[in-house]
Design a protein around this ligand. Structure first.
Ligand code: PLP
Length: 235
């Protein structure tokens, strides 16, 4: 089932790219495996998937230890400063940086471990109160400039979690706004800041996100099926 789901998702991405005049190779599919057992990740891995997204530090670390080393782990959930030390050196990209203090901690830990950590700035594009992330405005540029001055950390782009909607077209405006913001920031030519990664689009709306320029889409349910939170504290 997982193989078919990935194949179908990849085909949908390919078609969305074709319609938008983009190359399918410009889009990375991140399999969001949070709450899912290792056996399911293994199946996705065997199919060829190398990018996995997790939103909890402990779960990411446990899966990192158990699975092959060529997997690129993406931290996509809210990150507390006291947990940064567990993922620096293990994670390929942190999608959810939304404060200078968090970036400082990532920088400090990266210096200590002698690695460079790539990050995205999380933007709350729709301004939803329930969500983390920076407001979608010039404040992001200011924060980018401050973070760029820190050692061993590199800003690669922006990430957003769009609202849950019935009609994915409703989210097009937010994807477009994120793309525009990334263009605005790029034009500032800040040292150490590139804007080559736009992480946007989930199961319900990734095709729209691709048509607006997504470079990473984060698909969970569409690959692994519905998540069961009955025995956990939830998301
Ligand atoms: C859970 C999650 C996803 C995947 O959501 P689906 O709707 O299952 O595809 C994507 N991004 C983030 C940040 C998530 O927490």
């Amino acid at each position: 089932m997982i193989r078919e789901n990935i194949a179908r998702t990849e085909e949908n991405i390919r078609q969305a790219c074709e319609l938008a005049g983009r190359r399918a190779s410009e889009v990375t599919l991140i399999a969001v495996s949070k709450t899912k057992p290792l056996s399911m990740l293994q199946e996705a891995y065997e199919y060829g998937c190398r990018d996995f997204g997790e939103n909890k530090v402990q779960e990411l670390v446990e899966k990192y230890e158990a699975l092959p080393r060529d997997i690129r782990w993406h931290m996509i959930g809210h990150l507390q400063r006291n947990k940064v030390k567990y993922i620096v050196g293990r994670v390929y990209l942190i999608h959810s940086v939304d404060s200078l203090r968090l970036a400082e901690e990532i920088s400090r830990e990266s210096v200590k471990k002698q690695v460079t950590t790539d990050i995205l700035l999380e933007v709350n594009a729709a301004g939803e109160e329930s969500k983390f992330g920076l407001p979608c405005n010039g404040a992001v540029t200011e924060l980018a400039a401050q973070i760029a001055a820190l050692p061993a950390i590199r800003i690669r782009g922006l990430m957003t979690v769009a609202p849950y909607v019935e009609d994915p077209e409703e989210n097009r405006q937010y994807f477009r706004a994120l793309k525009q913001l990334s263009v605005d920031i790029m034009r500032k030519n800040i040292d150490n800041v590139s804007m080559d990664v736009l992480s946007m689009g989930m199961t319900g709306d990734y095709e729209v996100a691709v048509s607006e320029g997504a470079g990473c889409v984060r698909v969970g349910t569409g690959i692994f099926g519905e998540r069961d939170y009955t025995n956990s504290a939830g998301e």
